[in-house]
Design a binder for this molecule. Structure first.
Ligand code: SF4
Ligand code: SF4
Length: 429
C-alpha cells in the first residue's frame, strides 16, 4: 500500500515500523476470511484490511482518534489469525499495538470505560489483588442476571461470570531437587493462571522434574505485561518487560538458564516479543533479545527435551483447542497434538480451528457480546467432537470455553503429566 508519511514522522521509531508494515499490505483481502470479527459481523471495517486502512489514515494524518475508529480497533481480538493467513508477511501485531498506544495517548474514553480499564489494569496483573477481586466477585454472583440485562453493566456481568465458584488454593512454589540435572529452566509464574488454576503450574513442575530438569522461579519477576500492553498502556507494558528481563538476566548470569518456559501462550507471545518491544532501549535491547530467544511454550520445550515414558495410558479422546496466541502468535500448531498423541490420547481437531474462542486477554470483559458469540461458536465446534476432555495451552481459553461446556477442560501439560505418572487433572476428577 502506498504511504505518504513525512520524514519527520518516520524519524519516530514506532511510526517508521508501522509505515513499513502498512507498505507491505497489498489489500488482497485474504485475511478477511480468517478474521473472527469479520466472519461474525461482516463489516469490512471489522476486518484486518479495513482496520489497516483505518490505522493508516489515523497515523499518517496524525488524526485525533474518532469514536468510530476506536470502536473498530477495540473490536480486534489481537488473535493474529490475519498474520498467519497473510501472503505478504504483514506484521499486524506490531501495527495494532502501536495504534492502541496512539489511541490511549490521544482519545478520551467515556468515564465508564476509563474506570473499567483502570480497574482491570490495576487488578489483573497482580495475583494478590486478583485473588481478592475474585473473592468479591463470588459474593456478587447473584447480581449477574441484573447486570446482564443492563447494557452499561454487561462488562461487570462478564467479569462475575468468569469468577470460579470456589477459590483455588495458592500455588505451590516448591520445586523438587533434581539429582542428575539435565538443564535449568525458569518457569514464568504468571498472574491470572496461578490464581485460577494453580494445578497447571504444579503439573508443569512435576513433569519437567521427571524429565530431569531443575525448575526455578526468578526473583523479581512480574506479570508479562501483555494485558496492559494490549490495552495501549505502552509504558506499563515496557516496565513489566524490563522487570522480567532483569529477573531472568540475573538467573542467566548466575547459575545459568537453558530456557524460560511459559504455560500461558498469551504471555509467551509477548515475552517472545520483548526483543522488539525494547529494541530502542540501549540498556535493554540486547538483554531483551536474549530473553526472547530463550522463551519457549511448554509444548515446544517438551519436544526439545523429550517427554518421559508413558506409564499410565488413558484411553481418552481429546478435543484440542489451539489458542490463537500459540497457533498464530507463536506458530506452534502441531507440537501439542503430537505430544498428546505420543502420550496415548486420541486427538481430534474441531472445525474452524483457526478461529479465536473470544477470550483474548480481557476482550471477553471489554467486548462481552462479541466475545460471547465467538465463544458459543467455538464451544459448539468443540462439543461436536464428543471428546472426553478439551485440551488447550492458555488459561484464558480454558476459562472462556469452560464457562460454556460441561466437557472438562484441561491444560495440555496436565494431560501429559497425568499420562507420565502425575496426578489426574482436577477438571477430570
Ligand atoms: S492478507 Fe495481508 S496483504 Fe492481504 S489485505 Fe490482509 S494484511 Fe493486507
Ligand atoms: S488480530 Fe484477529 S480480530 Fe484482529 S484483525 Fe487480525 S484476525 Fe481480525
Amino acid at each position: 500500500m502506498q504511504t505518504s508519511f513525512t520524514p519527520r514522522q518516520l524519524a519516530e521509531p514506532d511510526m517508521a515500523a508501522s509505515e513499513a508494515i502498512i507498505r507491505k499490505c497489498v489489500h488482497c483481502g485474504f485475511c478477511t476470511a480468517t478474521c473472527p470479527t469479520y466472519v461474525l459481523l461482516g463489516d469490512e471495517l471489522d476486518s484486518p484490511r479495513g482496520r489497516i486502512y483505518l490505522m493508516k489514515e489515523m497515523l499518517e494524518k496524525e488524526q485525533q482518534p474518532t469514536a468510530e475508529v476506536v470502536k473498530h480497533i477495540d473490536r480486534c481480538l489481537s488473535c493474529l489469525s490475519c498474520m498467519t493467513t497473510c501472503p505478504s508477511d504483514v506484521t499486524y501485531m506490531h501495527l495494532v499495538d502501536h495504534a492502541r498506544a496512539y489511541i490511549e495517548d490521544r482519545y478520551k474514553r467515556p468515564w465508564r470505560e476509563r474506570m473499567l480499564r483502570t480497574v482491570l489494569a490495576w487488578v489483573l496483573p497482580h495475583p494478590g489483588r486478583f485473588r481478592l477481586a475474585l473473592a468479591l466477585a463470588r459474593i456478587a454472583k447473584p447480581i449477574i442476571p441484573l447486570a446482564d440485562s443492563l447494557p452499561a453493566l454487561k462488562p461487570v456481568a462478564a467479569m462475575l461470570k468468569l469468577a470460579p465458584r470456589r477459590a483455588a488454593p495458592a500455588p505451590s512454589t516448591a520445586t523438587a531437587p533434581v539429582a542428575a540435572r539435565k538443564g535449568r529452566i525458569a518457569l514464568l509464574q504468571g498472574c491470572a493462571e496461578p490464581v485460577l488454576r494453580p494445578e497447571i503450574r504444579e503439573a508443569t513442575v512435576r513433569l519437567l522434574n521427571r524429565c530431569g530438569h531443575e525448575v526455578v522461579f526468578a526473583k523479581g519477576e512480574v506479570c508479562c505485561g501483555s494485558l496492559v500492553h494490549h490495552m495501549g498502556r505502552k509504558d506499563d507494558g515496557l516496565d513489566a518487560a524490563r522487570a522480567n528481563v532483569d529477573a531472568w538476566t540475573r538467573e542467566l548470569e548466575g547459575e545459568g538458564l537453558d530456557a524460560i518456559v511459559i504455560t500461558a501462550s498469551g504471555c509467551g507471545t509477548t515475552i517472545k516479543d520483548y526483543g522488539f518491544m525494547l529494541r530502542d532501549d540501549a540498556a535493554y535491547a540486547a538483554k531483551a533479545a536474549k530473553v526472547s530467544a530463550l522463551a519457549r511454550d511448554v509444548s515446544e520445550l517438551l519436544t526439545e527435551i523429550e517427554l518421559p515414558p508413558v506409564t499410565t495410558p488413558h484411553a481418552l479422546t481429546v478435543a484440542y483447542h489451539a489458542a490463537c496466541s500459540l497457533q498464530h502468535g507463536q506458530r506452534v500448531t502441531e507440537t501439542p497434538k503430537r505430544l498428546l498423541t505420543q502420550a496415548g490420547f486420541t486427538v481430534r481437531t474441531p472445525a474452524e480451528a483457526h478461529l479465536c474462542c473470544g477470550s483474548a486477554g480481557v476482550y471477553n470483559i471489554l467486548q462481552p457480546d462479541i466475545a460471547a458469540r465467538i465463544g458459543e461458536r467455538k464451544t459448539a465446534n468443540l462439543e461436536r467432537l464428543s471428546a472426553d476432555v478439551i485440551a488447550t495451552g492458555n488459561i484464558g481459553c480454558a476459562m472462556q470455553i469452560g464457562l460454556r461446556t460441561s466437557t472438562p477442560v484441561a491444560h495440555t501439560v496436565e494431560l501429559l503429566d497425568w499420562a507420565t505418572g502425575g496426578a489426574a487433572p482436577k477438571s477430570l476428577t
